[in-house]
Design a binder for this molecule. Sequence first.
Ligand code: ATP
Ligand code: MG
Length: 692
Amino acid sequence: MTSSLDRPPGSPVPRRRVDYESELNPQQLEVVLHPGGPMLVLAGAGTGKTRTLVYRVCRLVEDGVPPDRILLLTFTNKAAREMLDRVEALVERGARRVMGGTFHSAGHRILRRYATLVGYTPRFSILDREDAVELMGAALAQVSPDLPRRRLPRGRLLVDLYSFVINTGRSLDEVLAERAPQYLDQSELIASVFRAYLERKRAADLMDFDDLLLNWLLLLRRHPEVRQELATRFAHVLVDEYQDTNRLQADIVDSMLGPERNLMVVGDDAQSIYAFRGADFSNILGFPERHPDCTVFRLETNYRSTPQILELANASIVHNERQFHKELRPVRGDGDPPGNVSVPTPEAQASWVAGRILELRDEGLDLEEMAVLYRNHAHSLELQVELTRRNIPFRVRSGLRFFEQRHVKDVLAHLRFVDNPKDEVAFVRMARLRRGIGERLAARLWTRIAGAEPLRTLLALDPATVELSRSARSSLTGLQTLLDELASPRLTGQPGEAIRRVVEVFYAAWAREQLDNAGSRLEDLEQLALYAGGYPDVNTFLAEITLLNELSGEDVAGGPPDEMLTLSTIHQAKGLEWRAVFVIWLAEGRFPTVRAEDLEEERRLFHVAATRAAEYLYLVHPEMARDRYRVDVLLDPSRFLLELPPHVAEAIVVPPELESGALPALETGGRYDLPDFLSPGTDDEGSDDPVN
Ligand code: ATP
Ligand code: MG
């Protein structure tokens, strides 16, 4: 391991248009100009790790590395797009040809090309989590039709366990012992459920998110010629947020390297917050062991936060035993002390936060420069109501993702099935919407159809032999006509029209009869059709949207207000920054959560939250909350507040009176509407972690 430079910074480099010396500090510049080989940048929050990556990509492109030979792996696809837009603006040289995105999206693009080598067709479909749970449920029923259900984990837990095994490379027994010890004695049976799940996926030409990584690695391991090809194709691999990679991802990256082994990873062990999903920060701490010739760089100047905010963030993280000490020098001048805010109730919390946001706005901050962060998605509900009452526009980064809403999935199931007639999940979903067809009949139909007896043939048979009721039969005839139409080249080439057709012919009437909020759901579907209209064909559209994990309703429903406040789980706020940050629900049992198995990870999460703030940081805790039996219970302040030395934050106590009285509201044109998922009855299964 060395930290010297082959070429000292500042030595003349011919005709680069970006002025690296003035855009970067000497430590950052050293990273950007470093010739290559394995490189590790281990540095604290806000020190410019992401910025350094961007400038390194610029530098490589300027020095003649063809953009399509660079692979940039990031935490979200959006982050990659923003970074590459920046590169494009700086160098104006085909930076869009850089392959950038999450591990999953890169895996997807690579596997499309080599699918047959791992036992799939190039047109394989992607299963999202909800569909994976359903398919796992079917595998479970197949393996143990008569075992009492309570003795086995359900679909969702099985998918979690499976995913954990795949992503960490650990044995099933080990994972069970740690995460679901009550099922340890069932491990053999669980293994056979997993095998059945695997076979079903393969038979249906479906990959789940984990397969996008696993098959990528298998491809590299089992096909040396492909490995060679990819290693030559990608001359430089760069990874942001490396502390949250799992074992599988680290292995993939290591296997992608060419003879020069140009791999740059950046990260901060103090911000590792995905261990619960299999991330392993020993990837970053162990990087020098895996790459003994690597160069390690440190960045020690924090550009983001005021000294007061940094002091608080650091005073918290020192309570972790497993941590790697880092020096951080603030460049910003003094700011306000962070606020440690006690409010009587969750409603008062919402009211105080909204009020303070309006004050800050009067002081000159734009809503875009403010965010409210929380541990769990559900913690934002009172605030959403309050913001709506006060006419303050906001976006929810952690909301139920647009494409995971029931009505969207129902309609897309039709397109999916036409696109891939082996897709069992899509067929069952679609069939069950029809009159006269329930879960069991749908499953029975599938066994006939999957046995190569097309629906049409089935319908032509004598009603008595297929045992269909009159209503089921007429439903299926209608379905068949719709499917025929969807399969016509006119509609497979126009995904927007295909969606409209499903809605017109069937879904609009069905939704009005069966679902609440049918009006707004149908509006969503029209927005979806508009959006889909931008894709050349149904297959491309379906592949893209399955991977678009951050797309929320607002992105699709055009015409958002000019400025919006951001609401986000802390997990989703990684890597981002705002001038003012509010962290709410800082009460024991909420943050840290009751079920926090790993307190150090919770504390890192707190550290991530605090380090998102540039100038204003408010840590808010309600003193009381109503439980589900409508009883008021006292809440203890979060230990993350109690363990802070008193001088790092200013105590603000909000009296109960603040709850009532006339509320200041944002003066703008029209009133901001209640978001759909807040309206009663919409099924909302939003999770607090992104599938990246
Ligand atoms: P995190 O750990 O939170 O991901 P990071 O280390 O990636 O943070 P960046 O997001 O790259 O940090 O940078 C933090 C802020 O500091 C950004 O606004 C960035 O533009 C700014 N910054 C970083 N380096 C410099 C510099 N040399 N000059 C001016 N601004 C800088
Ligand atoms: Mg960053």
